[in-house]
Ligand binder design. Structure first.
Ligand SMILES: [Zn+2]
Length: 212
């Protein structure tokens, strides 16, 4: 069962308080999507993953935590306008802003994760920005695959899904047809992604679709 409560939180940037949703417990039932988006109930906790200060516009997973950007950055055109993206969903906008902060403070994993989450919220609102956001995420996946050995295999699988969901079928088939990761489930997912790419299918699938 999921428990989310509103608590008063002090913003590290402006020092003012506001009520914010905080997750006390949740559980997951079912298989994740192929890009590892969790199943319900955890799926519905996304509103607690990124918070926004209503006073100064600061966005963070931890509003009262350490600040890595200046107040001026929060007033910049790129931040205020989300680089000109007009998102359908509130969370898409917040994850994009959190991505911009991660980019400003130089954390590629933060950039990647926030773009991925932004794309998930775009999916929930049938927002076509999802394609552009996935393409941006792929650039960070490529960078991280070269840097992070531990996360490399999962990132390779997620990247194949990002390619297919953003309609880059030929690129996926070319890059992945001869790739073997050596972990059965991950190689099965990649084969599944290649098959769906050949059918030019951009739909969302879960790990359950692969193993059944
Ligand atoms: Zn604030």
């Amino acid at each position: 069962m999921t428990m989310i409560e509103q608590i008063e939180m002090k913003c590290s940037v402006c020092g003012k308080t506001s009520p914010q949703p905080v997750l006390f417990s949740t559980n997951t039932m079912g298989y994740p999507d192929l890009d590892l988006r969790p199943a319900e109930m955890q799926r519905s906790t996304m509103s607690t993953w990124v918070l926004e200060c209503p006073h100064c516009g600061y966005v963070s997973g931890q509003l009262d935590g350490e600040v890595k950007i200046t107040e001026d950055f929060l007033k910049s055109e790129e931040y205020m306008s989300c680089d000109g993206h007009e998102f359908e969903g509130r969370l898409s906008r917040l994850f994009y802003k959190n991505y911009l902060i991660a980019k400003e403070s130089g954390t590629s994993m933060g950039c990647f994760m926030n773009l991925q989450r932004c794309a998930w919220d775009c999916d929930d609102h049938e927002d076509d920005n999802a394609i552009d956001i996935r393409k941006k995420a792929i650039a960070y996946a490529d960078e991280l695959i070269g840097l992070d050995d531990e996360a490399k295999n999962n990132l390779l699988v997620i990247k194949s899904d990002l390619l297919r969901r953003s309609g880059q079928f030929d690129k996926l088939i070319e890059e992945y047809s001869n790739l073997r990761i050596g972990e059965e489930i991950l190689d099965k997912i990649i084969q599944f992604e290649i098959e769906k790419a050949k059918e030019k299918d951009t739909n969302c699938y879960t790990v359950e679709d692969v193993i059944t």
